[in-house]
Each structure stands twice: as structure tokens, then as C-alpha cells.
Ligand binder design. Structure first.
Ligand SMILES: Nc1ncnc2c1ncn2[C@@H]1O[C@H](COP(=O)(O)OP(=O)(O)OP(=O)(O)O)[C@@H](O)[C@H]1O
Length: 262
């Protein structure tokens, strides 16, 4: 089912978001005046080196943390995590083994957001979700230990989709996987977006993956948005020296104007 939205504007609206840690005498700005928008069915790749503020941004968009300045709205509402309420923002983290309970069947984990459904409908939905991420629904009774890293990340995605998210945050979701499996998961995230229509924040160090998934690219550095641009423009002609050097160092050199990209 496509992600529901009654809100006519962008799904994610971040306006002048700042997050300050530390004390008054020794403040540390993890995010400074960051603004962006992500529409339904679109992906924003968030790129930045370690400490740039990517995880802080993820937490603020998910409502796990409130900003000290500015605001984030998800379909017009300030996100707040409440126990027992399924969040419209779902996060897929780097390590799928940590995300799934090793003592439960993977089917039970996928079913977590579906507690309100009657038993039979829940089992049918779990089977459909496991199938949608490319695994055999007959394996839903097995424990996480019986699956590979890539298969586990597929199951984490299935659980996120069970919540029918309006926003999916992939926080380095492919970084811990083998290179060949990374490509499969990136393609799966894209394929599922085509049917589920979620807005996606794709947080990554991997510029090659960003190039595949992104509609927009944002470069964070020391908590600031150094660059925010449509993906085609960013990969063709980044505006900052920093982004240019990131592209060159990663082997994703900026394309010449006459070259086809994407
Ligand atoms: N709870 C906290 N208290 C104090 N400082 C924090 C806190 N969380 C993050 N920071 C600091 O804020 C800055 C941004 O951290 P953040 O984890 O968002 O960066 P990141 O881009 O996700 O880095 P990485 O790629 O290494 O995960 C860092 O300097 C970090 O040390």
C-alpha cells in the first residue's frame, strides 16, 4: 500500500534545524541551521564524513530527539516517538543482526508493527512482506541465525515496511554488507519505493550508492549543510571544493558536461 499522506506539501520539511550539545560554556553544535525538503517517492542522499552530524539528523527526523533550534515536520506534524504508537518514520540501521531479536522467529519480528491485526491477517501480511523483499515466506519461522547478512537486512526492510512508513531512513544500511549484496539491497530499496512511495533519507559514505538512489544530495560538514542539490547537478558539477574532492577520492569523479550520468 502506498505511504499515506493527506498533506499536500513535502513529506519531510526541515527548517533551520540546529542541535547543540555540551554545556553553555562549552557548546558543541552537531547541526547548524540545516534546511531541506523531501517529497513522497523521492530520496535525499545525506553524505558526510564521520562526525558531520548525519546520525543526529536521523534522530531528529525520526522524532527520537528534538532540535534545539528550528523544526522538522513529517507531513506537517512534528515527529515525536511515543510508546505503543507506530512511527511514520522507520529506520534501517547498519547492522541487521542487532535489529532483530535472535530468540524470536524472523516472522515474529516482521510482525511487530502489525499487532493490531487479527492473527490470520497478520500471518498473511508477514508472508506478503517477506515475499516482497525476495525471501521465501516459508522461512518466516526460522531464527535470525539461519540467514545471511543480506537476507537479514531484507527482513529488517520487511519489518520497516510493515509499519507502512511515510519516511524510510536508511542509515548506512548497506555499509556492513558484501559489495555484491550492497547493490541488491540498494536496488531493493529503490524497487520497494516505487510501490510503497515512501520518502527516503539515504545516509551513506558510499557515493556510488548515493548516485544510484538519490534525487537530491546533501553534503553535511561539521554540522552545516555545505551543499544541497539535485543529484544530476551534484554529480555533474558539485559546487564546493569539498564535495569535488569527496567525489574524486571515491572514484566518482565529477562528470564532464557532455557525459551522461545516472
Ligand atoms: N549525545 C551527544 N552528546 C554530545 N555530543 C554528541 C552527541 N551525539 C553526537 N555528538 C557529537 O555531534 C557531532 C555529530 O555526531 P553524529 O553522530 O551525528 O555524526 P555522524 O555524521 O553520524 O558520524 P558517524 O558517521 O561517525 O556516525 C559529533 O561531533 C559528535 O561527537
Amino acid at each position: 500500500m502506498p505511504a499515506a499522506t493527506e498533506h499536500p506539501g513535502p513529506v519531510v520539511q526541515a527548517e533551520h534545524v540546529s542541535v547543540r550539545y555540551g554545556s553553555r560554556r562549552h557548546p558543541h553544535d552537531a547541526l547548524r541551521d540545516v534546511s531541506f525538503q523531501v517529497r513522497q517517492g523521492e530520496t535525499l542522499a545525506v553524505i558526510g564524513e564521520s562526525g558531520a552530524g548525519k546520525s543526529t539528523l536521523t534522530r531528529v527526523v525520526a522524532g527520537l530527539e528534538q532540535p534545539t533550534g528550528g523544526q522538522v515536520r513529517i507531513n506537517g506534524r512534528i515527529p515525536v516517538v511515543r510508546s505503543g504508537v507506530i512511527s511514520p518514520v522507520q529506520i534501517v540501521f547498519q547492522n541487521p543482526l542487532l535489529a532483530l531479536n535472535p530468540h524470536c522467529s524472523v516472522g515474529a519480528s516482521v510482525a511487530e508493527p502489525l499487532r493490531a491485526l487479527p492473527r490470520r491477517a497478520r500471518a498473511e501480511r508477514v508472508a506478503a512482506l517477506v515475499d516482497a523483499v525476495g525471501l521465501n515466506p516459508r522461512r518466516a519461522g526460522e531464527r535470525p541465525g539461519a540467514f545471511s547478512g543480506g537476507q537479514l537486512q531484507r527482513l529488517v526492510l520487511a519489518r520497516a515496511l510493515a509499519a507502512e512508513p511515510q519516511v524510510l531512513i536508511c542509515d548506512e544500511a548497506t555499509s556492513a554488507l558484501d559489495v555484491s549484496v550492497q547493490a541488491q539491497i540498494v536496488n531493493l530499496i529503490l524497487d520497494l519505493q516505487a510501490t510503497q512511495n515512501y520518502a527516503c533519507l539515504f545516509v551513506t559514505h558510499d557515493l556510488a550508492a548515493a548516485r544510484v538512489v538519490a534525487d537530491q544530495v546533501m553534503v553535511l560538514r561539521q554540522g552545516r549543510c555545505l551543499e544541497l542539490a539535485p543529484a544530476g547537478q551534484f554529480f555533474r558539477q558539485p559546487s564546493s571544493d569539498y564535495a569535488r574532492s569527496l567525489l574524486t577520492l571515491s572514484g566518482n569523479r565529477p562528470a564532464h558536461a557532455h557525459e551522461e550520468i545516472l
